[in-house]
Write a protein of this length. Structure first.
Length: 284
């Protein structure tokens, strides 16, 4: 099969954890949140001939998928994926939530952050030109503040009762929500999880929409996230922000992930700088 040359593009560097491909076939890079399409340039007759299976021929290889591997858990997530809302989302980085049980650290779930890459990169560029960035705290805060769709994806590493899962989050969320006088939104969020049984490999998506609504989806494994609707929607900008800050904020429940997210934000910023330089060079 002949592959057409992909359009020139800037490949975003991977976050600190390793990136892997799930196929040996050649692939066009995923960049700025978009997976470049592979196309055969042959005419109709050539395409039809190529499509006919040859006797004894091996099955065609699938298109490669770039993944982000969370280092502590070994869980791999798609580097780029589409959810039910927003443009294609790029994985910015991730970490592992652990809990002490009888003085032993137990891994509970792996968590990664996705964001609409082009929109987030432009916002990071604006902040950078305004002298906003000094350290990791600033990059993580910019990811929370970014005016684009963002999502946390969690994959359970062990069986957890929904009540245990949400009560751990509630402990960090409750003081913030009380200050905002929005305990009803937190109660709605908590109630959704109380009767859930989150078995190992269950995936939870927590989406922060641009209209200040929190979307939640729970599936027993990986799912076609693009073709579904959220299981729960809570219209509360305060809940959205508070939830994302307990992951990306200075008192994060996954402190090691903040370095990954800051590194991923820097990669997005680099891509915006290159985009701007390329545009300037092309205008001369």
């Amino acid at each position: 099969m002949v592959l057409a040359q992909a359009r020139p593009c800037v490949l975003l560097g991977a976050p600190a954890a390793s990136l892997r491909t799930k196929s040996s076939v050649a692939f066009a890079p995923a960049f700025l949140g978009h997976a470049a399409a592979l196309a055969a340039p042959a005419g109709r007759r050539q395409a039809a001939a190529a499509a006919r299976p040859r006797r004894g021929a091996a099955a065609p290889a699938t298109q490669a998928v770039l993944t982000y591997k969370e280092a502590a858990s070994g869980v791999e997530f798609p580097l780029v994926q589409k959810l039910w809302l927003g443009d294609e989302m790029r994985c910015v980085g991730g970490g592992c939530r652990s809990k002490k049980v009888a003085f032993i650290g137990v891994k509970v779930y792996a968590v990664v952050l996705y964001a609409e890459a082009e929109k987030m990169a432009r916002e990071l560029g604006v902040r950078n030109r305004g002298g906003f960035f000094e350290g990791d705290d600033d990059y993580c805060q910019a990811l929370v503040d970014g005016g684009c769709v963002k999502a946390l994806q969690l994959q359970l590493l062990r069986d957890v009762e929904g009540a245990q899962f949400v009560e751990a989050l509630e402990e960090a969320l409750a003081p913030r929500m009380r200050l905002m006088g929005d305990g009803a939104s937190l109660e709605q969020f908590k109630k959704f999880f109380l009767d859930k049984k989150l078995t190992k490999d269950t995936n939870v998506i927590l989406m922060y929409r641009t209209d200040g609504t929190l979307d939640v989806a729970v599936r027993p494994g990986r799912a076609d996230w693009a073709n579904m609707v959220a299981d729960l929607s809570v219209a509360s900008a305060g809940l959205c922000r508070s939830l994302f800050e307990i992951y990306l904020g200075s008192a994060s429940v996954v402190p090691d992930a903040r370095k990954e997210w800051a590194a991923g934000a820097r990669k997005l910023l680099d891509s915006d700088d290159i985009r701007r330089q390329t545009r300037k060079g092309g205008s001369g």
